[in-house]
Structures are given as C-alpha cells and as structure tokens.
Design a protein around this ligand. Sequence first.
Ligand code: HEC
Ligand code: HEC
Ligand code: HEC
Ligand code: HEC
Ligand code: HEC
Length: 218
Amino acid sequence: MAQIFSRSADTWLRLGLLVLFVGLTGGLLVALALDRSDYRTGRNWVVEQPLPFSHAHHVGELKIDCRYCHSSVESSAMASLPPTETCMTCHSQIWKNADLLEPLRKSLRESQPLHWQRVVELPDYVYFHHGVHVNAGVGCSECHGAVDRMQLMFKAEPLSMGQCLACHRDPAPHLRPAGQVTRLQWHTDQDRRALGEQLMKDRRIDPRGLSDCGICHR
Ligand code: HEC
Ligand code: HEC
Ligand code: HEC
Ligand code: HEC
Ligand code: HEC
C-alpha cells in the first residue's frame, strides 16, 4: 500500500504530539505548584492598611503586650482588633500632629472605626478558638511568626489543615509555661518535650480526639 503521509509528515506528527504532551504535563505541574504556593495561601504578602501600623515598633521596641490591643485573645474565639481609643491613649500626646496619624484623628472625630484589612483568615467552614490555645500554652508565634519584627503585618505561617493537624497530633513540644504565650522570643534550656508533657498533665490536655474532623469542621 502506498504511503499516505510522507516520512517528514510523520516526524512532524510525532514532534507535535511530544510538544502537546510536554505542554500539558508542564501546565499541570505549574498549576499544582501554584496551588501550594504563597500566592494562593497569602503567605508573606503585605496588605495595604489605612495607616502603616508597625508591630516591630510597638511590640519589638516599645514592648507593649499583645493583650493591650488584642484584648479578647485569652477569653474568646476572636483575638479582636483595637479600637481607635486604644491608640489614642498614647497618640493624643505622642506624635499628636503627625500627618501619618491623620486617619486616626479623623476616625476619632467622626466616630468611625478604622477599616483594618484582615491579614490572617480561615475559610468559613473552619472553626478556631484563640482562648483555648492561649490557655493551653500555645505561643502566638507558633501561628503568627515573629510579629515583633514585622514593620507591616504579614501572614508568616500557612495555617493550612496540615499545620493544624501536625500540632494536634503531638502538641507537647509546642507548649509553654503560663505567662509566656505573648513573649515571642521566649526560649528555655529545659527539654521541650518533657516540659510539654508535664504541662499537658497539669492542664489535662488530651490529644486523643484532637484530630477528629468534627473538632475543626462543626
Ligand atoms: C503605649 C503607647 C502607644 C500606643 C497604645 C500606640 N502607640 Fe503608636 N507610637 C507610640 C510611640 C512612642 C511612637 C513613636 C514616636 C517616635 O518615634 O518618636 C509611635 C509611633 C506610631 C506611628 C509612626 C510610625 C512608627 O511606627 O514609628 C504610627 C503610624 C503609630 N504609632 C500608630 C499607632 C496605632 C494605629 C495605634 C493603635 C493601634 C498605636 N500607634 C498605639 C506609642 C504608642
Ligand atoms: C499597640 C497595639 C497592638 C499591639 C501591642 C499588638 N497588635 Fe497586633 N495588630 C494591631 C493592629 C492595629 C492590627 C491591624 C493592622 C495590621 O494588620 O497591621 C493588628 C493586627 C494583628 C494581626 C493580623 C490580624 C489579621 O488577621 O488581620 C496579628 C496576627 C497580630 N496583630 C498579632 C499580634 C501579636 C502576636 C501581638 C503581640 C506580640 C500583637 N499583635 C500586638 C495592634 C496591635
Ligand atoms: C494555634 C494557632 C494560633 C495561635 C496560637 C494564635 N493565633 Fe491568632 N489567629 C489564628 C488563626 C487561624 C486566625 C484566623 C482566624 C479566623 O479567620 O477565624 C487568627 C487571627 C488572629 C487575629 C485577627 C483578628 C481576630 O480577632 O481573630 C489576631 C489579632 C490574632 N490572631 C492575634 C493573636 C495573638 C495576640 C495571639 C497570642 C496571644 C494569637 N493570635 C495566637 C491562629 C492562632
Ligand atoms: C502549635 C499547636 C497547635 C496548632 C498549630 C493548632 N492547634 Fe488547635 N489546639 C492545640 C491544643 C494543645 C489544643 C487543646 C487545648 C485543650 O484541650 O485545652 C487545641 C484545641 C483546638 C480546638 C478545640 C477547641 C475546643 O473548643 O475544644 C480547635 C477547634 C482547634 N484547636 C482548632 C485549630 C485549628 C483550626 C488550627 C489551625 C488553623 C489549630 N487548631 C492549630 C494546639 C494547636
Ligand atoms: C485541627 C483542625 C482540623 C481538623 C481536625 C481537620 N481539618 Fe480539614 N481543614 C482545616 C483547615 C484550617 C482547613 C483550611 C485549609 C486552607 O484554607 O488552606 C481545612 C480544609 C479542609 C477541606 C477543604 C479542602 C482543602 O484541602 O482545602 C476539607 C475537604 C477538609 N478540611 C476535610 C477534613 C476531614 C475529612 C477531616 C478529618 C479527617 C478534617 N478536615 C480535619 C482544619 C482541620
């Protein structure tokens, strides 16, 4: 039988199929990589705010405790963001005429809260509770990173299901003594696991059941 396609057409067809195959797998790999990337999880992204509030300055240098501004973090599900009045306890005296702080003064004049943009947020179908973690002795830095060095706030940890579960399966090495939760640079020379296991006993924390779907998806 006579050849319908020339030899060179056959080569072109093979080449075409190869390009298509490489293109498809390449595209799939890129899509998979993007899905896990900081772009999708929002990690390390700085969000624009009504004014450039610096945790590095207020926490790192001035040593203001987290609870002064995030006042419900020990008792509630939400940590809460500070109202303008909290800032004004200082800024009605310090830097009171600075242009940078005009949005703050305007907010007070007009009794309109500042619209801080959220940086760390879970999807609606996940249940989280700050108070439970803080009282169990889980440091803020476990989930929010070195906040005291951040000029502008960013999401330092992925806070993915995998990260939640890694700790829920074995919380001991992550726990701290009472009073050390908001001290971001806390460290100890004691063995973290032995210390954590003792703390778990004292606080009656039972890791069995902490990985059940219904704990976080209610
Ligand atoms: C306990 C006192 C205190 C509180 C509360 C406070 N600040 Fe400040 N803030 C300061 C001091 C002190 C400075 C530095 C002034 C200087 O550098 O001379 C400052 C500086 C600033 C600056 C200038 C940029 C910088 O970081 O150097 C901004 C913006 C600012 N504060 C915003 C806020 C906002 C918003 C709040 C409320 C969420 C707030 N501050 C609460 C004490 C305070
Ligand atoms: C002087 C007040 C003040 C203190 C002290 C403070 N914060 Fe904040 N924090 C704010 C303000 C205002 C915002 C909102 C603006 C922003 O995201 O930068 C914020 C935002 C945050 C966010 C992002 C929340 C979100 O989803 O948008 C985290 C996380 C956070 N703070 C953690 C901490 C931790 C941890 C400490 C203690 C080590 C701390 N903060 C101390 C005022 C404060
Ligand atoms: C076990 C992880 C974990 C720990 C520990 C933790 N946070 Fe959070 N934080 C989160 C998650 C997750 C969110 C987002 C919650 C949501 O969207 O429902 C969040 C949100 C926030 C917010 C945004 C506003 C709000 O009301 O929720 C602030 C502020 C905050 N955290 C501060 C703190 C401070 C201060 C501490 C330590 C005292 C702390 N967090 C400890 C995981 C943690
Ligand atoms: C570094 C450790 C750690 C991380 C990370 C962590 N948790 Fe937990 N979580 C704990 C511990 C410890 C407890 C148990 C506290 C107790 O039993 O007193 C707990 C308990 C809980 C509870 C039970 C609250 C209740 O009402 O009984 C929920 C819900 C929860 N965590 C959700 C989350 C979610 C969602 C994430 C991820 C965004 C997360 N946790 C990340 C340590 C952690
Ligand atoms: C300790 C808390 C925790 C537990 C326990 C948990 N999840 Fe999740 N889950 C999360 C968080 C946080 C997210 C959101 C992840 C994100 O936004 O990247 C999530 C997301 C999901 C999603 C959405 C798809 C995805 O991957 O983004 C599904 C489906 C899911 N979980 C199923 C389960 C099942 C099934 C179980 C029980 C085997 C379970 N989860 C147990 C915290 C938890």
